[in-house]
Design a protein around this ligand. Structure first.
Ligand SMILES: [Zn+2]
Length: 336
């Protein structure tokens, strides 16, 4: 938090970009790659949204990575965020109630929060068995999103280990990929991405894959940042709504950077009322020549040893309240 935040995606200076392009061959014979990362935040999203998304992805022949919330659904407790600046505006803009449903908004307040990993064990395994990559989003989404910024090492380790242990229980293997809830991280979480043995993580927003440094400390686990805005960030801003948001995103992907793209979608949105938008996106991306893949297939096209090192810092992005983990400038590039 101490140093200046990174430039937002798209405003990177030419030198950094040139260096990144020189070391980042993502385009293979199948054309440029766009990785689809599905964040699954709630019980309802897991139960209803995930099967709908699998059907859409299979219909379009697209790969994807599903990142699960594996513990209790305490979505209702997010109501505390209503007292933060910016949140009320976002609720109004993106009509939270219509996407999440009243029951979900009461979990952890008036209703006990259902244990997603226990209740949806069969559904989770069905995702893996259908050939999609699966990984860890979080243990308790609301607890992580609201608590991790100032949390201790013990708190952070407890949350990440609880999610990993539940994942191993369900899938009989350790998770290889982590994508932090709400793009919220702290120093301990960065270190744990390395210690918990993930092959790569997608905890950040940025422009291209990199090895992260947090306050000059190298974290050994590569980051595959989300490079495009999410639907909930776009809808309600600049005249964008469900009817034209797909066209807007497709304009952003019309020219393919050699490092490809990572798009984050939500089981509660693209797997719910915004399903037609997702359908239009998948069709549009295929028409633009993108190969739609999981984070694993995206990562496998990279030369992990040659990834540039970039600082990470917490900073704001348009359309989202608070700060999140952002890819910063290239670190000591002149000595590399
Ligand atoms: Zn999430």
């Amino acid at each position: 938090m101490s140093n200046s935040p990174s430039p937002p995606p798209g405003s990177q200076d030419d030198d950094t970009l040139a260096a990144a392009l020189a070391t980042q061959p993502v385009s293979g014979p199948e054309g440029p790659r766009l990785a689809l990362k599905v964040d699954v935040d709630t019980y309802r999203g897991t139960r209803d949204g995930v099967p709908r998304l699998m059907e859409a992805l299979q219909r379009h022949g697209a790969g994807a990575t599903f990142l699960f919330s594996l513990g209790p659904d305490h979505t209702g407790r997010a109501i505390r965020r209503a007292f933060r600046p910016g949140f009320a505006r976002k609720v109004q803009r993106s009509s939270v109630l219509s996407h999440y449903g009243l029951t979900t908004l009461l979990y952890g307040t008036l209703l006990p929060g259902p244990d997603i990993g226990r209740r949806c064990e069969a559904q989770l395994r069905a995702v893996r068995d259908a050939g999609f990559e699966v990984g860890v989003h979080t243990w308790d989404h609301v607890r992580w999103q609201d608590g991790v910024a100032g949390a201790s090492e013990a708190w952070t380790r407890h949350e990440m280990e609880a999610a990993c242990n539940r994942f191993a229980d369900i899938f009989k293997e350790a998770p290889r990929v982590h994508g932090a809830a709400g793009w919220q991280m702290n120093r301990h979480a960065w270190r744990l991405t390395q210690r918990l043995g993930f092959d790569y993580c997608s905890d950040t927003r940025g422009t291209h894959p990199f090895v992260p440094l947090y306050e000059a400390e190298i974290m050994g686990c590569p980051q595959l940042p989300t490079t495009l805005p999410t639907l909930d960030e776009l809808i309600g801003l600049d005249g964008l709504g469900p009817e034209n948001v797909a066209d807007h995103l497709l304009r952003l992907t019309a020219r393919a950077p050699p490092t490809g793209h990572v798009y984050t979608l939500h089981a509660e949105l693209e797997g719910g009322r915004l399903a037609p938008v997702f359908d239009a996106l998948l069709a549009g991306w295929k028409a633009q020549g993108w190969t739609l893949v999981s984070l694993r297939d995206y990562f496998d096209t990279l030369s992990a040893r040659d990834l540039p090192r970039h600082e990470v810092a917490m900073a704001a992005v348009p359309g989202r309240s608070g700060t999140l983990a952002l890819q910063g400038g290239e670190f000591l590039a002149q000595f590399a």
